[in-house]
Design a protein around this ligand. Structure first.
Ligand SMILES: *Cc1c(COP(=O)(O)O)cnc(C)c1O
Length: 381
């Protein structure tokens, strides 16, 4: 089946008992056992629930993995993945990983003696130089948020394999429609399904896909032991969202391409970060490993323009956290997603105060450009 059809008919397609075309919401905690040790494959919904299983099977097929697991949030999914490691282990992480992933490593797992080393994963030599006996995995995001750094997934996976360590890819920004890390050699893919997979800003969810039976057994054990599972209703919503992923991503790509080019030509703007722009560092690597550029664009306003006025003057584009929904959103990384990082470090890594991030939705591109144009006009100090 082609990918577009798999989005709609993959995993568990409909309901066998009734013929319903959608997987029912099995809103149940427990299941009748017909005798000691005799059941229909389900005992308790933390361990297994048919609606959750449908989305788990679906994401596993979409990412071309061995098995998938659904969690109550992207962070619960990432926490489960980090729980595969033990005291004394170390992870190498990209230098501008999602803030929440950095926080859970720095403030939670560090207390359990699972450490991390920050590397520029766009530089393969730097990765190699930082691998020692303690390092058990490389955790990457590509493109990164908000500066859209591109890491070569295939090359990193190769280095990891040579050193018998795991490659974990947070594929939230691309989704399996545009980029499939397991096909490029990664072992584990994680998602904040809150973003593009859900697609409608109406649920919080996380997914993990692993590439082999051993990891699958260990991850299911962790999921059942720690219990951060996705509820049946949210599993249903996520399946519903995934059905339209291809058409939504095509539109996100198209709108973002037009807007990135528009922003690049505006005199109020200093720099635009979008992997689809030919001048973007990593553009060629991204093109090699993904079939589109996604809907997230960041840009820096020139001096003399007020980022607060810009953001507050937008009308259609909503000021808020998150990304990946059908509606366009704007956020201010320095005070929002990266607010916990000290000012000097933010300057050093490029999260300057005049940096703005857009998650381009699927509205009319004309309306979005008009909105941006009007806000730029009002942003002059
Ligand atoms: C949002 C996000 C997360 C965290 O997911 P939640 O669903 O908010 O818990 C992790 N990684 C990336 C890249 C994200 O954008």
């Amino acid at each position: 089946m082609n990918f577009e059809s798999l989005l709609i008919h993959g995993g568990i397609d409909g309901d066998e008992r009734t013929g319903a075309v959608n997987v029912p919401i099995f809103q149940t905690s427990t299941y009748k056992q017909t005798g000691f040790g005799v059941n229909k494959g389900y005992e308790y919904s933390r361990t297994g629930n048919p609606t959750r299983e449908a989305v788990e099977k679906l994401i596993s097929e979409l990412e071309r993995g061995y098995a998938g697991y659904a969690f109550a949030s992207g962070m619960a999914a990432i926490t489960a993945v980090v729980s595969l490691f033990k005291s004394g282990d170390k992870l190498l992480i990209s230098n501008n990983l999602y803030g929440g992933t950095f926080r859970v490593l720095d403030k939670v797992f560090k207390n359990f003696d699972i450490s991390y080393g920050i590397v520029n994963t766009t530089d393969l030599e730097e990765i190699r130089a930082n691998i020692d006996d303690k390092v058990k995995a490389i955790f990457i995001e590509t493109p990164t948020n908000p500066l859209m750094d591109i890491t070569d997934i295939e090359a990193v996976s190769k280095i990891a394999k040579e050193n018998s360590i795991l490659t974990v890819v947070d594929n939230t920004f691309m989704t399996p429609y545009l980029q499939r890390p397991i096909e490029l050699g990664a072992d584990i893919v994680v998602h904040s399904a809150t973003k593009y997979l859900g697609g409608h800003s109406d649920l919080v969810a996380g997914l993990v896909v692993v590439n082999n039976e051993e990891l699958s057994e260990r991850l299911h054990f962790i999921q059942n032991s720690t219990g951060g599972v996705l509820a049946p209703f949210d599993s249903f919503l996520l399946i519903r969202g995934i059905k339209t992923l291809a058409v939504r991503m095509d539109r996100h790509n198209k709108n973002a391409d037009v807007i990135a080019k528009y922003l690049s030509n505006r005199e109020e703007i200093d720099k635009v970060f979008y992997p689809g722009l030919e001048g973007h560092i990593g553009h060629d690597t991204h093109k090699k490993q993904a079939s589109g550029f996604g809907g997230v664009i960041s840009f820096v306003l020139k001096e003399g323009y007020d980022y607060k006025k810009f953001v507050e003057s937008l009308d259609i584009i909503t000021f808020g956290e998150s990304l990946g929904g059908v509606e366009s959103l704007v956020c201010h990384p320095a005070s929002m997603t990266h607010g916990s990082i000290p000012y000097e470090i933010r300057q050093k890594v490029g999260i300057v105060d005049n940096l703005i991030r857009l998650s381009i939705g699927i509205e009319s591109e004309d309306d979005l450009i008009k909105d941006i144009q009007s806000a730029l006009n009002k942003s002059k100090i």
